[in-house]
Design a protein around this ligand. Structure first.
Ligand code: AP5
Ligand code: MG
Length: 210
């Protein structure tokens, strides 16, 4: 199955995509993770992306398109969860064309609905592991005791001013994609507020129904 996990920053896309990978065997394709890894390794893409990510702006469509399409091709065009792609109408249209060209259309778009106050709490208390990429929340999902605290950091773009800009960019450029996928009949909305396991159960139920 080909799945998009859609939603604002902090909606829990990464958390849920990881669980779908661990438990259901889908591969998580996170353009955010790919970009952060490129930035860390100072590749040409990483160097180009850095200024955008740090301001909470979107990286240019043409750059992200190559990353996403390359990752989908690497997965054999199936059994993946897109996390953070597409994010603009142009990206969505390219993805539709790409799916048609490879006989691999998106089957379902799960939209996680989370209000702004919950998002700000989640992002301000998010911590990530520098080596494994595991994501934690200081209250709801704290790093286990056996994890070295030296490896637990806050993402640079989780600072309050950048979070505000990411939310504004989401509303302006990404939220309209809900209507795009609704019109195509693939959109399913899921309440993204509640415990991580409860939300996981809602998502898997939606996938079974799709
Ligand atoms: P990206 O990394 O994709 O960031 P994002 O979309 O802003 O989403 P986040 O990763 O912040 O949130 P999430 O939904 O994954 O939530 P998480 O599971 O971590 O993109 C970063 C940047 O890269 C962009 O700003 C842009 O510059 C660039 N980029 C990426 N893709 C692009 C594209 N397609 N086009 C252009 N540019 C692109 O959860 C958040 C927190 O909440 C965690 O602490 C977690 O533990 C906690 N949490 C999760 N679920 C729950 C729950 N149910 N209850 C309590 N806490 C919870
Ligand atoms: Mg994420």
């Amino acid at each position: 199955m080909r799945i998009i996990l859609f939603g604002p920053p902090g909606a829990g896309k990464g958390t849920q995509a990881r669980l779908l990978e661990e438990r259901e065997g889908y591969t998580q394709i996170s353009t955010g993770d790919i970009i952060r890894s490129a930035m860390k390794n100072e590749t040409p893409v990483g160097k180009e992306a850095k200024a955008y990510v740090e301001k909470g702006e979107l990286v240019p469509d043409s750059v992200v398109r190559k990353l996403a399409e390359g990752a989908i091709a690497d997965e054999g065009y199936d059994d993946f969860v897109l996390d953070g792609y597409p994010r603009t109408t142009q990206q969505a249209e390219w993805l539709t064309e790409f799916g048609a060209a490879h006989d691999a259309p998106i089957d379902v778009v799960i939209s996680l609905e989370v209000p702004d106050d919950v998002i700000v709490d989640r992002l301000s208390k998010r911590r990530v592991h520098t080596k494994t990429g595991d994501t934690y929340h200081l209250e709801h999902n704290p790093p286990p005791d056996d994890v070295d605290p030296a490896h637990i950091i806050q993402r640079d773009d989780d600072k309050p001013a950048t979070v505000r800009n990411r939310l504004a960019v989401y509303r302006e450029e990404t939220a309209p994609l809900e209507a795009y996928y609704e019109a195509r009949g693939t959109l399913v909305t899921v309440d993204g507020v509640g415990g991580i396991e409860d939300i996981y159960d809602r998502i898997t139920a939606a996938l079974e129904a799709a």
